[in-house]
Design a protein around this ligand. Structure first.
Ligand SMILES: [Zn+2]
Ligand SMILES: [Zn+2]
Length: 235
């Protein structure tokens, strides 16, 4: 009893000195998720996968009615709008990695049944250019993939794909220039053996050009990309 009171006292004191702030709006927030009630209400959550080729919503059978065949499914937790946008900026650039665990859990809660159907062998995070990863200290897509791996038991293959060219961040370019900017930036480390089904993992998918370019390279090396997972989808 004594220890419990002591712990609570210390926790209250810590909260006073370092108040926990909402990752979305920086207001004081004591939710475990670090996302306040007001921000939670603003999240536009997605519940069905999108077709990576035409970006229309797929049905529950993971089929695109527009492409009329099984294409690559994109599973995103939410729309890329605030507060999600702000949280991802902190996750990407400010060393705040808590969102990886928070969103991996939410993604998996929503889509685990569908994700299991792909029978993937690897989760493959979209790599950063080495220099960028070194200066930032981490690759957010890899951290997210490792959190997803704990929930799904699918192993992360961190060294399968790497960037060989430094390019302008896709988000800083007009949509029309993005496809060209990302061409031939990836290289594959080893060709596929019998384990070949991959799910790509990235923080945000917008036009899909980056993941499609990675898919192209992986498929040339004998892998099959069966799905893509991201925290957010920008339309
Ligand atoms: Zn908030
Ligand atoms: Zn489609």
């Amino acid at each position: 009893m004594h220890t419990l009171i002591g712990n609570r006292y210390i926790q209250n004191l810590l909260d006073f000195i370092f108040p926990q702030l909402c990752l979305g709006c920086s207001e004081y927030c004591n939710n475990i998720s670090q996302i306040c009630q007001a921000c939670e209400k603003k999240v536009l959550q997605l519940t069905l996968p999108y077709c990576l080729h035409c970006m229309s919503q797929m049905d529950k059978n993971i089929t695109c009615q527009k492409c009329k065949k099984n294409t690559i499914a994109l599973y995103s937790y939410a729309n890329y709008e605030d507060p999600i946008r702000e949280i991802i900026i902190q996750f990407k650039f400010k060393g705040i990695i808590a969102p990886a665990k928070i969103f991996a859990k939410r993604i998996y809660q929503e889509y685990s049944k569908l994700i299991k159907q792909h029978k993937a062998d690897f989760l493959v995070p979209i790599p950063l250019y080495k220099y960028r990863e070194n200066s930032r200290g981490y690759n957010q897509a890899s951290i997210l993939a490792h959190e997803l791996s704990k929930l799904s038991d699918i192993v992360v293959h961190d060294d399968l794909i790497f960037r060989i060219k430094k390019r302008k961040p896709q988000s800083k370019l007009p949509i029309i220039e993005r496809k060209k900017n990302i061409e031939s930036v990836f290289q594959i480390n080893t060709n596929a053996d019998e384990k070949t089904h991959c799910i790509l993992v990235d923080d945000v998918v917008t036009t899909g050009n980056t993941v499609l370019e990675a898919t192209k390279e992986l498929e040339q090396s004998g892998y099959k990309v069966v799905a893509v997972i991201s925290i957010a989808h920008a339309f």
